[in-house]
Design a protein around this ligand. Sequence first.
Ligand code: ZN
Length: 243
Amino acid sequence: MDKLLIRDCIIIFAVLLTSFTDIFRDTKIKPESTPSVHAKQNNGSIHVDTNPESISVLVNNLHKLPENYSPSELIYADIPFVFQEKTEKQKMRKEAAEAINQLFTEARTQGIYLLGVSGYRSHSTQTVLFNNYVSKDGYDKARTYSALPGTSEHETGLAIDVTGGDGRCPAEDCFGETKEAIWLEEHAAEYGFIIRYPKGKEAITGYKYEPWHLRFVGKSIALKIMKKRITLEEYFHAEPVNK
Ligand SMILES: [Zn+2]
């Protein structure tokens, strides 16, 4: 009788232990399966980064910045620009500004002269700019070369348009043929920048080829993207913009 009681106790204990373990496992799994505000689950292994303060934030026509977002720590980039006036266009997020300073300095030592064209653009500036394009070319055409307010990388303070030292092809296709563009293609990633809108990737990025538009994402991601010749969308396994 006593033996039976002991055996029953052992069985009950084992059942209780199993249930307890299950409950414990459940409570451990739950927080991981809850989608985070900053990351969205997708079919790839890397989550889309939509945290606006992250240096690898994905901003495109499908991933908008929060309404009236303004980045932290904007400083003037210490590089020559095509214009002299100190305006917001000469600013970038601190990390990106320091990186572009280094890139320009190193390029110069290698005989490559670059000029900044346009860095940070506030939400209100982008709105004015976009509306001007719409009144000039109509909404549909404007959308092919200008971003809707809230979807421009320039609003992150992490992007900058550049051109060659002679200032000949600022934000124009002919820049792609220049030795400056070829140097950027080869070396930008060493400073944490990618050519954000490469040739032949229009259906993924939603933009035509822009050899002048550099986007800071940090060295580690930039090297992977440029080596594999992919886009930020492909890096995150995010859905293409023009499906
Ligand atoms: Zn640009």
